[in-house]
Design a protein around this ligand. Structure first.
Ligand SMILES: C[S@@+](CC[C@H](N)C(=O)[O-])C[C@H]1O[C@@H](n2cnc3c(N)ncnc32)[C@H](O)[C@@H]1O
Length: 310
């Protein structure tokens, strides 16, 4: 178990390592092309031993990986774009004092500023969980991915079922990131189409989809808004179709910090209990199944509800 001193040192060191790699241009350099320690030290005008130790620590923490030839590359593209998110945490004292969040990422305007920089890294976190989720979900041909981001869940489904057709829905400025992620995933681009808009106000097709998938979206909103969202999406399912929610499990591994970050950056976002998600699905007329845990840390649950056949 980590002691307070070890936990603080690790957290402070992690922020400093990441910031140093961004500020020296090292992360951007290896994002463009995997490089060796000496090459990076030369290109970034830095001390060779310093670069070697920094890279070793970044490897140990999963930011960077070593590839053949003693070269290093980031574990996900565009990592440096996460750096502007760090100062939000400086506003935690004010948010705790006043109850007012530093950001409202639950509003489309703020979401469109932030998510294009974040969703590729989020998708990378769910890579294995998405493969497992695709195996667990019932076979589906027509799929709607709501708040798709970099589309981790629907890309995994499309890879597994070449007959599936996905419509990825997101706010207009985020969809260009979605398209890039789909283009980068081997061989699924022709299975995807795109729908740009705000899921709460745009017209949605009725009685259409075998599967509507909603990954990491509900937690941005308060309970009445989640209920409204689920009610809207149930209308898009064909009879017999499935609504699938993927959400961090309240009380699970990683949940406490996730919930604090929602307090800091949304007006009403929260992590809800498995019983609450199941209650919402049943209230919307679906047959709710038991939750299945699909990811370790943070612990992510798959909640499904099936629309009864006509
Ligand atoms: C936390 S990210 C999750 C992305 C992806 N589903 C995943 O699991 O990695 C939330 C996504 O929902 C999108 N989003 C937020 N509010 C939305 C709205 N009102 N209408 C459509 N999409 C929205 C954001 O742009 C973002 O891509």
């Amino acid at each position: 178990m980590s002691t307070p001193m070890a936990a603080l040192t690790e957290a402070a060191a992690r922020v400093a390592m990441f910031t140093t790699a961004v500020q020296l241009g090292l992360l951007d350099a290896i994002d463009r092309e995997p490089s060796t320690v000496d090459d990076l030290a030369r290109r970034c005008g830095a001390n060779e031993r310093g670069v070697r130790l920094l890279l070793a620590a970044l490897v140990a923490d999963g930011f960077v990986e070593e590839v053949p030839g003693g070269r290093f590359q980031p574990t996900a593209p565009g990592l440096a774009s996460l750096h502007p998110l760090l100062p939000i945490w400086d506003q935690l004292p004010e948010a705790v004092r006043t109850g007012k969040p530093a950001l409202d990422m639950d509003s489309p305007d703020t979401a469109t500023e932030m998510y294009p920089h974040v969703v590729a890294s989020l998708a990378n976190m769910w890579r294995d969980a998405a493969v497992r989720t695709a195996e667990l979900l019932p076979a589906a041909t027509r799929i709607l991915d709501v708040g798709a981001g970099a589309a981790p869940w629907s890309i995994a489904i499309a890879k597994q079922n070449k007959h599936s057709r996905v419509v990825a829905l997101d706010l207009p400025p985020v969809l260009s990131t979605t398209k890039r992620a789909v283009a980068a995933a081997a061989d699924v681009a022709d299975q995807f189409a795109y729908l740009a808009g705000d899921v709460f106000s745009m017209p949605l097709p009725v009685d259409t989809y075998d599967l509507v998938i909603v990954g990491q979206l509900c937690h941005l909103f308060d309970e009445p808004t989640c209920v409204r969202l689920i009610d809207r999406l149930v209308g898009a399912l064909r009879p017999g179709g499935t609504l699938a929610l993927l959400e961090t499990l309240a009380g699970g591994r990683g949940a406490a910090v996730h919930e604090l970050s929602l307090y800091l950056r949304t007006r009403g976002g929260a992590l809800y209990s498995p019983e609450t998600y199941q209650k919402w699905l049943r209230r919307a007329g679906l047959d709710a199944a038991d939750v299945v845990e699909v990811n370790g840390t943070p612990a992510i649950g798959l909640f499904t509800g099936r629309r009864p056949s006509a």
